[in-house]
Design a protein around this ligand. Structure first.
Ligand code: UD1
Length: 352
């Protein structure tokens, strides 16, 4: 197949490109080389074209003869700084809208979209008295007192987390999350209007080789590793018992290749995860052990907008794509301490 891959120079996009090429596909690889991700004025790597998806004519030209678009380009990060909101809206949402319109004009009807587990917000919980509940955002007054776990919105009981399936409520909690959900909704409307196919891959916490070094926009695995490398202890926020699903970038690339080839009908969101939850404390200890560095410190600090537990149900990916992550997070994270990372980029926040 001939595939247009956006964000091809990025952490995930570069792995997706290799996976697609290894399977014999023809990949038209493009990237806008945003300063916030690659440094100001960076040139694209060999065989990656410079393209900003907000340029309708350039996108239309790139779409000639394309069977499927694999859309990885996005401004990423925690998305809690209000000044960054226009950059998320411009690159992620407006960019996707321009791409979808250009795909319509080019008669390309198949999209694989990089989405994120951030669309779920706080995720799903079980109350011993009220059954399945969806708690609202945690209160600052609780967090300030070191009460990190959500309580039942009906009776205040302690809750236990449940794996989140793709039908869970969507409650974005940050500008980044809002932009990923808006991307999904534009793609859903496009698919309904044209009878087109959209597979939205909701990535959980992605890590692995070529992950960017620490910036305020990096995931926690990169931050912990950079701390260890510079002789500092990883700083674990809250009480370290917050839970996530860490999935290796090579598994994420494999899920993309399968989604590109699967030709699923309609709009279908799919979790991309390992299915093996870990606490952030365990992640820090695993990395510290593998690196041989300082023992992690649990600081009790918190980041506004962080969710407490978000753990995925991998069932739909198995059922529809035959995808099961092959790299167990404890093994993958242990290996990650020795894998190459992308160089640190001295760039500031994303710009519009
Ligand atoms: C991350 C991404 C999000 C992405 C999602 C799925 C970032 C900033 N967040 O969300 O954009 O869509 O994965 O791939 O890239 N923590 C520490 N110490 C630190 C930093 C973080 O303990 O120095 C904790 C946080 O408080 C949080 C957990 O680690 O509880 C995970 O943080 P992070 O890696 O930012 O991931 P998510 O918020 O889960």
């Amino acid at each position: 197949m001939r595939i247009l891959l956006t964000g091809a120079a990025g952490f995930i996009g570069s792995h997706v490109r290799s996976a697609l090429m290894d399977r014999g596909h023809e990949v038209v690889a493009v990237d806008a080389m945003l300063g916030s991700a690659h440094g100001t004025g960076a040139s694209p790597p060999t065989a990656v074209g410079l393209l900003d998806i907000r340029d309708p004519d350039a996108v239309e030209r790139a779409l000639r003869g394309i069977d499927v678009v694999c859309h990885q380009a996005a401004v990423v990060g925690a998305g809690v700084d209000t000044d960054d909101a226009p950059a998320y809206a411009s690159h992620n949402d407006y960019g996707t809208a321009v791409l979808l319109a250009a795909m319509h004009r080019a008669r390309c009807r198949r999209l694989v979209l990089a989405s994120s587990m951030v669309v779920y917000g706080e995720g799903l919980y079980r109350c011993p008295r009220h059954g399945r509940v969806v708690p609202g955002p945690r209160l600052r007054s609780d967090l300030d007192r070191g009460i990190f776990d959500s309580r039942c919105p009906d009776g205040g009981e302690p809750l236990s987390w449940e794996p989140v399936d793709e039908d869970a409520p969507l409650q974005p909690r940050s500008f980044y999350a809002a932009s990923k959900l808006a991307q999904e909704k534009y793609a859903l409307a496009w698919s309904l209007t044209l009878g087109a196919s959209v597979t939205a891959l909701r990535y959980h916490n992605v890590y692995g080789d070529l992950m960017p070094r620490d910036t305020p926009y990096s995931g926690v695995a990169a931050l912990f590793r950079s701390a260890l490398e510079s002789g500092r202890a990883p700083c674990v926020f809250e009480d370290g018992r917050q839970t996530r699903d860490f999935v290796h970038v090579r598994d994420v690339a494999e899920a993309n290749a399968r989604a590109v080839e699967a030709q699923l009908d309609g709009f279908i969101p799919i979790n991309v995860c390992s299915g093996r939850p870990l606490t952030i404390g365990e992640v820090a200890r695993t990395l510290a052990r593998a690196h041989g560095g300082r023992t992690p410190v649990v600081t009790g600090e918190y980041r506004p907008g962080d969710v407490r537990h978000i753990v995925a149900d991998p069932g739909r990916a198995v059922h529809l794509l035959g995808f099961r992550a092959t790299i167990a997070p404890d093994e993958g994270l242990s290996r990650f301490v020795r894998e190459p990372m992308r160089r640190a980029v001295p760039a500031g926040p994303p710009s519009v």
